[in-house]
Design a protein around this ligand. Structure first.
Ligand code: TRP
Length: 353
């Protein structure tokens, strides 16, 4: 019976075809080009952001003017920008699928930032965590509260709000440390909309990325640049091996059975190995007779298998800067009309048209 129905269906003269345009929601990721990408960034930020592109209209940009607040050396900044651009591309960002551009290539960011400034209470900036922490730091050192604090740092949340609102972001995947910035972006968009009695700007939502994978560093603490315990994502094979060999272990002997879930070597291994491989190595841990040296050798093998192709792609991209620049320029070209539309909406609403 079922078979008959299927055949009947197949016989039906072909139905008219409709084309639907389904508007995907927009997700925006900002990447500040400071420091060297490490495997904690890869599993904690890059992979989750790329996964979002499966369900969202994903937009991803290099926040180079945010980095300028910190980095005042031109070669260093230029190098960091190229590093994160090549790094994200090597890690799998497909610039055909994800709009990928540099913040500095979109002048509308700075126009919207100025527009938003007029709606930003100074007191809100006083409450921003990063600024408050810098002031606190100065006070603790007995220094002037404003020492070393530039206006770029003070107004950072406004520029970040402009980044977000300009591209009509529905969601912004961020770590917990950034949620306050998103709340400020929401408040600014709402203030503008309320003032003009119209939906001039899209109000964004934060999507807090609960550390999908806590990536342990060489010393067992969370892998982080500030702890100096990282494994660079694109380091050479030799360095990868020697860093893995430096992972801190306890004094359990080779013979002793070991608990894989309590071993940071195993936690790292899980990020790189298949389920079967994980089960097999866990069994060897529990059986005893396997030393930390062996566990590290297994980790190196699994990590290098994943990282070697990324490293190769990264080096290839870094070797041809004009091609890398062209990818970003193409992204900016596609991004600018979107940006221009937002700025125009604001101007019209505000009477600056
Ligand atoms: N502030 C973010 C960071 O420090 C980087 C960033 C700048 C950003 N603008 C953004 C992130 C817009 C998301 C959306 O990591």
């Amino acid at each position: 019976m079922e078979r008959e129905c299927q055949e009947a269906l197949l016989d039906t003269p072909s139905l008219p075809r409709y084309t639907f345009t389904i508007m995907k929601k927009i997700a925006l990721t900002g990447i500040k080009p400071t420091g060297e990408l490490h495997i904690g960034n890869y599993f904690g930020a890059i992979k989750p952001a790329l996964a979002l592109a499966e369900t969202y209209d994903a937009r991803c940009f290099i926040a180079d003017y945010h980095a300028l607040n910190q980095v005042k050396n031109a070669d260093q900044l230029r190098g960091s920008i190229a590093h994160v651009a090549a790094g994200w591309l090597a890690a799998g960002l497909d610039p055909e699928k994800i709009l990928f551009y540099r913040q500095s290539a979109i002048p509308e960011v700075f126009e919207l930032s100025t527009q938003l400034m007029a709606f930003t209470p100074k007191g809100m900036m006083n409450r921003a965590h990063a600024y408050k922490a810098a002031v606190q730091d100065n006070l603790e050192r007995g220094a002037d509260p404003d020492a070393g604090i530039n206006m770029g740092l003070f107004t950072y949340p406004v520029l970040m709000a402009a980044d977000i609102i300009l591209f009509d972001a529905d969601i912004v995947p961020v770590g917990k440390d950034q949620t306050q910035h998103i709340e400020m972006a929401q408040a600014l968009a709402q203030t503008v909309n309320h003032n003009y009695g119209a939906e001039v700007l899209k109000v964004p939502q934060a999507a807090v990325v609960e550390s999908v994978a806590v990536v342990p560093g060489l010393d067992g603490r969370k892998m982080s640049k500030s702890y100096g315990n990282t494994i660079p994502l694109f380091c050479g094979e030799k360095q990868l091996r020697s860093l893995i060999m430096r992972i801190v272990t306890n004094s359990q002997t080779v013979e002793e059975p070991k608990d894989p879930e309590k071993s940071q070597i195993f936690l790292l291994y899980k990020l790189f190995a298949s389920k079967d491989e994980q089960d097999a190595l866990a069994a060897r841990y529990r059986a005893g007779g396997m030393g930390w040296g062996d566990a590290k050798a297994e980790l190196f093998r699994a990590a290098n298998r994943v990282l070697a192709p990324l490293r190769e792609k990264y080096e290839h991209l870094m070797a041809d800067r004009p091609a890398l620049d062209a990818i970003l320029a193409r992204g900016a070209e596609r991004a600018r009309p979107i940006a221009a539309a937002t700025v125009r909406r604001f101007r019209a609403a505000a009477g600056i048209d």
